[in-house]
Ligand binder design. Structure first.
Ligand code: GSH
Length: 226
């Protein structure tokens, strides 16, 4: 199996964690990324394998897939043990919904913090405008974190047992933390869940690599990882 990934690609890291949870060996191709040029120039294999030109891309024998959600569903079908989705249709749908919440709803305001790791714009007003938008986004993230915290009041994982929902939500919450988003500490259940996942065998090395990539590639962010 080969995975095209990138050092600071949230969606690729989701797939890396799922592969590790399933105990699947894979060759990893890290595509180039810099804060100033992003993913440009794009890796030629990624351009050939994904019409969107994005990572992650998974190649498993004859199977060539892009999009982290599609890849995770393929991994579950092709390599069902250990399961990363619950058993019943209702619970599986809820789990997929949580993944979408992480990737699209929670990530939307987290994106508004992403300028912080990149080079400062030449125009100081542009920076002030971005930071004003970031402050609004922080309020939205805080509301989402409170909602997630409530969900965990009566269960250890978002879908009862550990699942794709936890992988997706963890990576997006991690990104909120590396970008100086609101602290998790006021949210006791969420903070405990986050701490527990950080020490899982499949998560810990990925987190170490993301922190190292930030040190190597990103502008330091005040309050990051605090
Ligand atoms: N929905 C896709 C999103 C993939 C995505 O946005 N990948 C980013 C890196 S995290 C990328 O390759 N961006 C480069 C680009 O869009 O040109 C997924 O879940 O895999």
């Amino acid at each position: 199996m080969r995975l095209y990934s990138a050092a600071l690609s949230l969606f690729s890291r989701k797939v890396e964690i799922a592969l590790a949870e399933k105990g699947l060996a894979f060759d990893r191709v890290m595509v180039p990324f810099t804060q100033s040029a992003g993913y440009s120039p794009k890796h030629p294999d990624v351009l050939a394998l994904n019409p969107k030109g994005q990572v992650p891309v998974l190649v498993d024998g004859d199977v060539q897939l892009y999009d982290s959600t599609v890849i995770l569903e393929y991994l579950e079908d092709a390599y069902p043990t250990p399961a990363l989705y619950p058993a019943t249709p209702q619970a599986r749908a809820q789990c997929r919904q949580w993944e979408l919440f992480a990737d699209e709803i929670l990530l939307a305001p987290v994106r508004a913090l992403m300028h912080r790791t990149g080079p400062r714009p030449a125009d100081p007003q542009r920076w002030l405008d971005l930071e004003a938008a970031a402050e609004i986004a922080k309020g939205q993230i805080a509301q989402h974190l409170a909602h997630l915290d409530q969900q965990l009041a009566s269960k250890a994982y978002f879908c009862g047992t550990f699942s794709v929902a936890d992988i997706a939500l963890f990576t997006t919450v991690l990104y909120s933390q590396r970008l100086g988003g609101p602290s998790l500490k006021p949210h006791r259940a969420l903070h405990a869940w986050y701490t527990k996942l950080q020490s899982r065998t499949a998560f810990a090395p990925v987190i170490v690599e993301i922190v190292a990539a930030d040190r190597a590639l990103s502008v330091p962010v005040a309050g990051a990882y605090s």
